[in-house]
Design a protein around this ligand. Sequence first.
Ligand SMILES: [Zn+2]
Length: 252
Amino acid sequence: MLAAATILGSGGFVPTGRRETSSLLLRGAGTGATPVVVDAGTGLRRLVTDRERWLGDARRLDILLSHFHIDHVCGLAYLTELADVEVVIHGPGAALYETPTAEILARMFFSPPLMPVTLDVLGVRVEELAPGEVRAGGLDVRARRQDHHPNPTLGFRIGDELAWCTDTEADPGTAAFARGARVLAHDAWGPPAAPGHSTPEEAGALARDAGAERLVLIHVPPRADEDDLRARAATAHDHVTVARDELDLLAL
Ligand SMILES: [Zn+2]
């Protein structure tokens, strides 16, 4: 049972003073529930800079990665500041790119001269993540392969509370995947339309087709006109929120 779903980073690709890049913090019910993070963009820095607020006294953290584009993983470098937390990174390297996740991460950051420490030295464990049921934080999480991005990505669904679908073009399969979830958080890296991403109008249509009560536009462009984004999505859906950092999606 999901107790909180807080956006740590609502922006796409370029962080701004208002929006860090992609990251979502999930908490199950119960004081001992392990926090789960979906994507590790610059928003992950909040777990360092506001640790008590977001992690409390948690000593374990599971991180699920939708893909490895830099705006979704750059925050993994900040794990050096959480050395006393047992971290498990779940990545789709093998499932989506036929390359072990640990190898991709080592190439990206965790090897000299990029970083002075390896994942082993940090004590971070890496597990493969594949479409289907995901075991993390005692939550009911399902992952779905999204093929409409320059490299495929994973969309996530958490129970009937939330579907989180970023870095994908409008994909009719998303509506079926999200159907029955109260909130659809969907990529809106446009206008203008960009390969691998969706416009707010398309996100609105998918939320309508999925029957979602609420649409939240995520992966927002750095120079977005929020009123314009909302208005465009509202052509297809009545309850649109432009995501902002620290928003609890369950409170909508
Ligand atoms: Zn992205």
